[in-house]
Design a protein around this ligand. Sequence first.
Ligand SMILES: O=P(O)(O)OC[C@H]1O[C@H](OP(=O)(O)OP(=O)(O)O)[C@H](O)[C@@H]1O
Ligand SMILES: [Mg+2]
Length: 178
Amino acid sequence: MHNEIKEVLISEEEIQAKCKEIGDQLTEEYEGRFPLAIGVLKGAMPFMGDLLKRIETHLEMDFMDVSSYDGMRSSGEVKIEKDLNTQVEGRDLLIIEDIIDSGLTLSYLVDLFKYRKAKSIKIVTLLDKPTGRTSHIKADVVGFEVPDEFVVGYGLDYDEKYRNLPYIGVLKPEVYGG
Ligand SMILES: O=P(O)(O)OC[C@H]1O[C@H](OP(=O)(O)OP(=O)(O)O)[C@H](O)[C@@H]1O
Ligand SMILES: [Mg+2]
């Protein structure tokens, strides 16, 4: 698997240090507020696991499974595969994502949670790819900015593979026939 990676963009150590940094920031911010942390499956799973261990105040967790990508392309349509089990009305929401690319997934979710009357919504994303943006959405907390390339690892897939890499990298072009 590792020999299919052309370049490591963000190492495992850098990711772990960032989780601690963001975790400290969120601990301070959410002390005494009992936020609902929402992981956007499947991609956010590794980041959510590492980040939440670094938030040292009470919180509740839930998951939403949405998908819009087919291979390397956004279909332009966000599909809910699994909805939350928790009511969001009146809650402080902390949405956890692996990447904001076109912004379509998050703008869909933010509209949905506003409609469901969340008290506050904060977006935390490990990666931001600003060059991919087609919809107006900005994260409140960004771990790293990535260049205009398709990235994999640490939750991010190409055709459902590479999510289990502990780092963020770029595939060799021959892997996807490029
Ligand atoms: O800003 P966007 O262009 O919407 O892209 C970002 C979203 O796309 C990916 O999810 P995907 O739909 O591939 O589902 P997955 O997490 O199960 O891979 C990623 O995990 C984000 O949720
Ligand atoms: Mg995907």
